[in-house]
Design a protein around this ligand. Sequence first.
Ligand SMILES: [Zn+2]
Length: 592
Amino acid sequence: MAGRIPQAFIDELLTRIDIVDVVDARVPLTKMGKDFKARCPFHDEKTPSFTVSADKQFYHCFGCGVHGSAIGFLMEYEHMSFPEAVEELAGAAGMPVPKDSRADSEPAEAGADLSGALQEADRYYRLQLREHPQAHHAVEYLKRRGLSGEIAARFGLGYAPEGWDNLVRALGRSEAQLQNLLRAGLLAKRESGGYYDRFRNRIIFPIHDYRGRIIGFGGRVLDQGEPKYLNSPETPLFHKGREMYGLYLARETIRREQRALVVEGYMDVVALAQFGIDFVVATLGTATTREHVERLFRFTPDVTFCFDGDRAGRQAAWRALENALPALHDGRQISFLFVPEGEDPDSLVRKEGRDAFLARQGQATPLPEFLFQTLQKRADVSRLDGRARLAELARPIISKLPDGVFRQMMLERLSTISQLDLGTLSTLMLKTEETKVTRAVTRTPTGLKQPPSPVRSAVAMLLQNPALVQHVPDSNEFAGIDAPGVELLRELLALLQAEPQLNTAAVMERFRQSEYRPHLEKLVVWSHPMLEHDVEAEFRGLLEQLRRVAHAQRTDALLNKERAGGLDQAERAELGRLLAEKSRLDTPEPNR
Ligand SMILES: [Zn+2]
């Protein structure tokens, strides 16, 4: 989708806006030296390590490693998609996003129509809860559930009356409007022609995105009808694998209290809120995805999933665990709270009250316990072959964890339980990794702790100071070097020579979809003395070093060829020239 908005527009946008303003409006910044600092909004810290550079138009946290452009910041902090972030910034800068480019990505026009239809429907449903002659059915139901008028209003609850065409008749003024309602998932098509209401005789729960815009609805049936809960279908605005019910209302509390609880139904969210438990969100009838988990981790490092204690609940919990593992960087934690069979959080909190419910949450099962308990049910560790099986089952799961202390601890735990020594387990893990990581070519170890290679240093310097490109007359000058990263260096040089006005943020945005991105992400935040003092002189020195490497490699190649079978006339002349230059260039330095 990123490719749909013209690159030139994004470049222009990133030079016109100031990331300092964008961040400062959300996270107040203090000037320190030439940069700006704040306590990091993405991890918990006492001293500020979150830095915003006006020169580079780039932010970076030295604590947790997050970084990016103003676009990236909005995507992380406001949970916007790429086009949304661009739109937001463009709006603030007074630059209209080129129309044609939006047409086939997130259709803006159609999106606006859809959004309008959803808002109208929302007003309609809320009005019915207050005024419809049959609304007392709904109101009584809510009262029986112990919900106050205030909570119903806070969550914007509504009522879809009994009948097949209430919404059709109330809002379907034109064929175009009927089409919008259909695309918004509020109507369905009759086989015989015409439309009918999707939500009938239900309490309506509007579903908001992170900004509070309505993107869909959920409905709880009022009688014994099926299904008990019904959601809007997926639409261009509504993606169940991404959205969570209640996040818009809960996010400030989640951030403040540094904890989040994920339940399975919107009734649970509303019921818990009635008891003052406000850090709760619900998935929307789908399994918990990694995207859900990542999104919550932006607000708090502590997430608890609540599931039924029955078999289905434990299976759902296991799926959530598997999807969450890749997001479990050090410092983040996940727990599982299983409610007794036959209960759900809604019934439980009404039966036991707030304090007892919170106490249960406090005693939720930490992820490692849940993981090993579950695996031990599938492998008898009192037997040798059972322990081997346990190790075999655990291996692909632990290998999903990102590198770090937590992963190491999980391995140690596995070693204790399986009685396999840690060395053997680590070797086994490596094998899993190898099959997982295909062609590691672009993943050449960046080795940032070791002395950097000249090629990598050059890429890092150019990324952080794009103006240095003026010192390189020809982007192909180093193309012949045989070293990791040369292709990237050449591409970067070509880009900057064609468009020398790009700043760091704009260059990084160019590579957003590129295979080089992980590589560039490390280099753009790499810090090294040579990037701090007299950058120009350092860079010229680096170029000289690269020329030597190119020179030496070409000379070697020609000498080898000469030994193997001889050179043609042009090659012989080139070799002569190279050897003559050699004295000028000192001793060639080996390519590191
Ligand atoms: Zn941070």
